[in-house]
Design a protein around this ligand. Structure first.
Ligand SMILES: Nc1ncnc2c1ncn2[C@@H]1O[C@H](COP(=O)(O)OP(=O)(O)O)[C@@H](O)[C@H]1O
Ligand SMILES: [Mg+2]
Length: 343
């Protein structure tokens, strides 16, 4: 394997050199660092045979595995918003979609499953306070609390948030020692699942146990992808992970679609990468309506509210309204029926 091949492979996984070294160390019990990976890639140092063998055994097909594209309607849906890349619009999507679904009359629970607690902040709550009173997701996953004990009404009671705080990071390592450690969230959700039409999980930017728990507990995955150069990097690995979870613990898990985000129509580069995404996934996974790049999103999150609430008539938020309608259409129970709790 040449250094160039190694680099291409690493980039296909969507990882930087540091993350890649961490991945190898976790599997091979080594202490490689970023500069070592850099030397392998530049050809300055030979790639150890053990590393090469391991990497080859883990190789993923260029387009990722083929997953069934058809979606069976469900009565209630748990939707994971996932992509191991940070800054692609996961939290923005989770927050705005939760809000819009709630305005359609659906009962919505948003779970902030990222220790960085961006969704919690985005909805005007203070993660420091959540941490202090121990009423965050960590206490549900590790402390024996129920979702009811931590749930907070947000946006004037329009929907419910299960907040997060930095302490959630510890769950990632503590869960390693648990039996069936990918099913903890699913088990905890059983108590509240029937009470919400839609449960949305905002995942952290990695494929660790919190994301695995979210995928194992979900019916659908929504994958935001930023329309930029190499936008799809890392998506094949996410798809591979989803395929594994389907095989092992959650056969009904499906991909709802790829959501292109932060799209600037006047940038030829964005146009090209959108075309690339559409061509790549055509016939395999739905590519949803594009979310345009707009300053409104950062402004609204800074003000502690969803953009769709701050400026519901703006053309920039239309994509989330359309997306919410698509999600609602996927539910067998119509919003009005759902509200009155069809048993
Ligand atoms: N459509 C958009 N246009 C402009 N900025 C956006 C858009 N969506 C998200 N952002 C901003 O990009 C940053 C990353 O978005 P975020 O939703 O937090 O990503 P992730 O959860 O994947 O890390 C945030 O500052 C957010 O306000
Ligand atoms: Mg986020």
């Amino acid at each position: 394997m040449t250094g160039e091949e190694l680099r291409a492979l690493r980039e296909r996984r969507g990882e930087d050199q540091l993350g890649f070294a961490g991945w190898l160390n976790g599997h091979l019990n080594r202490r490689y660092d970023r500069s070592r990976v850099s030397r392998w890639e530049s050809g300055a140092e030979r790639i150890p045979q053990q590393v090469e063998q391991f990497i080859r055994s883990q190789e993923i097909p260029a387009g990722g595995p083929t997953l069934p594209a058809e979606l069976t309607p469900v009565r209630r849906a748990v939707i994971a918003v996932a992509n191991q890349k940070g800054g692609v619009g996961k939290t923005t999507t989770a927050v705005n979609l939760s809000y819009t679904l709630a305005t359609l009359g659906l009962t919505v629970l948003l779970i902030d499953s990222d220790p960085q607690a961006n969704a919690t902040v985005h909805l005007g709550l203070d993660p420091g306070e959540v941490e202090m009173v121990r009423k965050g997701l960590y206490s549900v996953l590790r402390g024996g609390l129920s979702f009811d004990a931590i749930a907070q009404p947000v946006c004037n009671g329009l929907f419910t948030l299960a907040p997060s705080s930095i302490g959630l990071a510890a769950a990632e390592t503590e869960l390693v020692a648990e039996p069936d450690n990918s099913l903890v969230l699913k088990e905890k959700l059983a108590d509240v699942r029937e009470r919400f039409d839609v449960i949305i999980i905002d995942c952290p930017p990695n494929l660790g146990l919190l994301t695995i728990n979210a995928l194992a507990a979900s019916d659908l995955v929504l994958i935001p992808v930023q329309t930029e150069v190499f936008a799809g990097l890392g998506v094949p690995l996410l798809m591979e992970t989803i395929a594994k979870i389907r095989r092992r613990s959650n056969p009904s898990l499906n991909i709802f679609g790829i959501l292109p985000t932060m799209y600037s129509a006047r940038l030829t580069q964005d146009q090209a990468s959108l075309k690339e995404i559409q061509a790549h996934y055509e016939g395999r996974t739905r590519v949803l309506p594009v979310v345009p790049r707009a300053t409104l999103y950062a402004q609204a999150s800074g003000a502690g509210r969803p953009a769709v609430e701050a400026d519901p008539n703006s053309a920039s938020v239309q994509a989330y309204t359309d997306l919410a309608r698509e999600v609602a259409a996927h539910l067998i129970a119509r919003p009005t029926e759902a509200r009155h709790g069809v048993a």
